[in-house]
Ligand binder design. Structure first.
Ligand SMILES: Cc1cc2nc3c(=O)[nH]c(=O)nc-3n(C[C@H](O)[C@H](O)[C@H](O)COP(=O)(O)OP(=O)(O)OC[C@H]3O[C@@H](n4cnc5c(N)ncnc54)[C@H](O)[C@@H]3O)c2cc1C
Length: 410
């Protein structure tokens, strides 16, 4: 018998319905948990709004969406990523050789699939909306979260407070849940802005994702359906402001030059959006009855498609731990759950944050000769030693340990 109070409105309250919050909701609803999720809007109405990001979802994230029964709806909008190329475009000495990673070296599956972020969020929202265990509550914002010994109280800006045993903070980089839990962060800024959009082109992309490493940061082309590609182009803030202000024709001319005409003529161009880059990692991933997932827990520069894939691993892990506790009649927001989540997510989050930060800094501070030489030697070793290359590819997709069962192929 559980010693929990019987009057709680919900087992789990999720603050934020981006991709990570909605994934937590769908994963927890696979078990017998009563869930409420708060955001100002759920999904999108088919009109392209501000979010022009496309997301490269890596293999284990695809397995997760398959296991949640969401992937079949995503797949018609997603394009496989078979080859990843990294090209040194810094012009520095010693030059780093080009590297190409082929998913077929690891097995029959592609590295992952690329999909528009707003499409993914919309499909997850629809799935959550159709699940009777999930309540979606539209509110301008959650105004307060209180951590109590036996429950948490979540109060939406315009509505009545609700109680829950566990609060999942999926409310992005400026997380209220993180502040409510009194979790401190280590954070920093980069003198960089990422521009994101997509475009169609005359030459085929051949399912190759290309990452140009440039002095100002990476420029990444990721294949999309219908011979389109997603673009993430990182520049200094001044250069990004200049590029954002160009009309489409001039922007395409600059893009074509930066990508050496690799995709032929650039045709239709979507809206562009700009994201000032920063880094953040929470010093704890759970406290009291609150855990953090996704951008609320960690923010990384867009290199190597790590951000949301890391966030989906948070989502799958808290769902796994809380559901197992609930099945055993334990408190899904109790101290054992919070401590276990913090312990199991720590090394993945910290190692990814360190690696992505190092890669980004090695580009912008590459004038430091030992750093450039280290990159050159590292890539040579990857080219020459297939087992090392395979190990790096596997680790790049996901850590090889501590993945919850929902992220494994069935
Ligand atoms: C240019 C760019 C390209 C990227 N490409 C990739 C990629 O290829 N692969 C990859 O894995 N990652 C990528 N990322 C990272 C990825 O976009 C993020 O990791 C991901 O979007 C974070 O999702 P989230 O759900 O944690 O947060 P968010 O998407 O920020 O969602 C947070 C949600 O919380 C809501 N919210 C906030 N405050 C409150 C409140 N008080 N009350 C209620 N709701 C609230 C917001 O409305 C929002 O809906 C990229 C990032 C950028 C900038």
């Amino acid at each position: 018998m559980s010693d929990l109070p019987l009057e709680n409105d919900y087992d789990v309250a999720i603050v934020g319905a981006g991709a990570t919050g909605l994934t937590v909701a769908c994963a927890m609803a696979m078990e017998d948990l009563k869930i409420i999720c708060f955001d100002k809007m759920f999904g999108f109405d088919g009109q392209q709004k501000g979010d022009t990001r496309t997301i490269a979802l890596l293999q284990n994230s695809i397995y997760l969406l398959e296991n949640l029964g969401v992937w079949d709806e995503c797949k018609p909008f997603a394009e496989p990523l078979n080859i990843m190329k990294v090209i040194d475009d810094t012009g520095r000495f010693p030059p780093v050789p080009d590297a190409s990673f082929d998913a077929s070296e690891l097995g029959p599956d592609p590295f992952g699939y690329n999909i528009a972020n707003d499409r993914l969020v919309s499909i997850l929202a629809e799935h959550a909306r159709n699940n009777p265990k999930i309540t979606l509550l539209e509110t301008d914002h959650v105004a307060s979260i209180e951590n109590h010994a036996k429950m948490a109280v979540v109060t939406p800006f315009e509505g009545q407070p609700v109680t829950a045993l566990l609060v999942v903070g999926a409310d992005g980089a400026n997380s209220l849940a993180r502040r409510a839990a009194k979790i401190t962060t280590t954070d920093w800024k980069y003198n960089q802005t990422a521009m994101a959009c997509w475009f169609s082109h005359s030459l085929p992309h051949n399912n190759i994702s290309t990452e140009y490493h440039r002095k100002s940061g990476p420029l990444v082309l990721v294949p999309m359906r219908d011979n389109k590609s997603g673009l993430v182009w990182v520049e200094t803030p001044d250069k990004a402001n200049h590029l954002m202000a160009l009309d489409d024709t001039d922007f395409k001319a600059q893009l074509s030059e930066a990508t050496h005409g690799e995709l032929g003529d650039l045709i239709d161009l979507s809206k562009r959006s700009a994201f000032p880059l920063s880094g953040l990692v929470a010093n704890d991933f759970g406290k009291g009855r609150i855990v953090l997932v996704g951008h609320a827990a960690h923010v990384l520069p867009p290199i190597g498609a790590q951000g949301l894939n890391l966030g989906l691993r948070d989502a799958a892990m808290i769902a796994d731990i809380a559901c197992k506790a609930n099945i055993r009649g334990m408190d899904p927001g109790g101290p054992e759950v919070i401590a276990k989540y913090d312990e199991l997510r720590r090394s993945d989050i910290l190692s990814r944050t360190f690696t992505v930060d190092f890669l980004n800094r090695s580009l912008i501070h590459g004038w430091f000769p030992p750093l450039q030489a280290t990159r050159t030697i590292g890539v040579q070793l990857l080219k020459l030693i297939p087992p090392l290359r395979k190990a790096v590819m596997r680790e790049g997709i996901a850590p090889q340990s501590n993945l919850p069962p929902s992220m494994l192929s069935r």
